[in-house]
Design a protein around this ligand. Structure first.
Ligand code: AKG
Ligand code: FE2
Length: 370
């Protein structure tokens, strides 16, 4: 059984056609990248919409933070956080190093290409294999030390990149553990209820990956897709999107833009938290769109449990009136299910069909993706 994230990916290779388009010189969107046009009517613009993604100040009293998070997780499956303790200077360094990477010539980046059964390195989004069209984006995935691939990109000068990314991973691990306790805390769950939390709730054995996403400016953004609709196969994801918008979440059948707030981080509920909470918290369907003017960069910290820990609805949340809705899965097993079933993965581990007349808002089968 794989015990590390990289091994889990080795067990579930996906068929990815490597992307050789040099976005920077593209004057139009080639047919292989042309998606059905995005309609304005589906874009719930935050400037005009009445609803917006909740913003939670982590310096508020802890009970208030838990209560706000609980509400946000139940209704949206996503929220933004401020006063989270990650220094702005570190966010800026991560952003600068990410831009340095993606502005390398295409041939240079391909030297660090992810292998077909690998997780780390440069390449197209893993979800690409589920769509007939290519996405207007490129990515670089880091698990643990980025040294091996960074050396291929900058043989003489890779240490700065590694230092910055490793510092960010360290800070993110602490923040993600803290967020896990707060989010579960609002359901009455404590660190004692989660075996792998460790005595101080430090989640020492948690696994994670850092995903740098680059969305070059696009000559025809309405016909292109940065990253197609998906949920994250994580417990939670912490996303830094800096100042350029592009992230959208599906709510009430509309795509709502998550407005960039300087220094804030976006937190998504992932599929595993959805399972742990027995469906009380919604893993949010989201996507990234592109724009004509700006090169957008986002940095996602994909956080999950140790690979071989069984994740199932927490016993405190289950009773005769609320039977468990999902069967136990390890993260490793769930990644395999996702590699096969993609957006139907969550329903494929569901134990009972939704009751008659009960509309399961969390069933992503019902949503036409893309
Ligand atoms: O770029 C974004 O805003 C979204 C990225 C994302 O969803 C992911 O990396 O899983
Ligand atoms: Fe995502």
């Amino acid at each position: 059984m794989p015990s590390r994230l990289a091994e889990a990916f080795r067990d579930h290779p996906v068929d990815l056609h490597q992307n050789h388009l040099d976005f920077n010189s593209a004057r139009e969107v080639p047919d292989s990248y042309a998606w059905p046009p995005l309609g304005d009517e589906t874009l719930g613009d935050y400037k005009y919409g009445v609803e917006s993604v909740p913003i939670i100040d982590l310096s508020d009293p802890v009970n208030s933070v838990k209560e706000q998070m609980g509400r946000a997780c139940e209704t949206w499956g996503v929220f933004q956080i401020t006063n989270h303790g990650i220094p702005m200077s570190l966010l800026e360094k991560v952003q600068a190093e990410g831009r340095r990477l993606f502005s390398l010539p295409a041939q240079q980046k391909l030297k660090a290409a992810r292998s077909p059964d690998g997780i780390s390195g440069y390449g197209v989004a893993r979800i690409s294999s589920f769509f007939p069209k290519l996405m207007w984006s490129e990515g670089f995935t880091i698990v643990g030390s980025p040294a091996e691939h960074a050396r291929q990109l900058w043989p003489q000068d890779y240490s700065k990149f590694c230092e910055v990314m490793e510092e960010y991973e360290k800070e993110m691990k602490v923040l993600a553990g803290r967020l896990t306790l707060l989010m579960l805390g609002s359901l009455g769950i404590t660190k004692e209820d989660i075996k792998w939390a460790g005595p101080r709730g430090e989640f020492k054995d948690a696994c994670a990956a850092l995903q740098l996403n680059s969305y070059p400016a696009c000559p025809d953004p309405k016909r292109a897709m940065g990253l197609a609709a998906h949920t994250d196969s994580t417990l939670l994801t912490v996303l830094y999107q800096n100042s350029t918008s592009g992230l959208q979440v599906l709510r009430g059948g509309k795509w709502i833009t998550v407005p960039p707030i300087t220094g804030a981080l976006v937190v998504n509920v992932g599929d595993l938290l959805h399972i742990l909470s027995n469906g009380r918290y919604t893993s949010v369907l989201h996507r990234a769109v592109v724009n004509r003017t700006y090169h957008r960069l986002s940095v996602a910290y994909l956080y999950g449990p140790p690979m071989n820990v069984q994740i199932s609805p927490l016993s405190k949340l289950v009773n005769p009136r609320n039977p468990p809705l999902y069967r136990p899965v390890t993260w490793s097993e769930y990644l395999g299910t996702k590699a096969k079933h993609f957006n139907k993965a969550l329903s494929s581990v569901r134990l009972c069909a939704p009751l008659n007349g009960f509309v399961d808002v969390n069933d992503h089968n019902r949503v036409k993706v893309g």
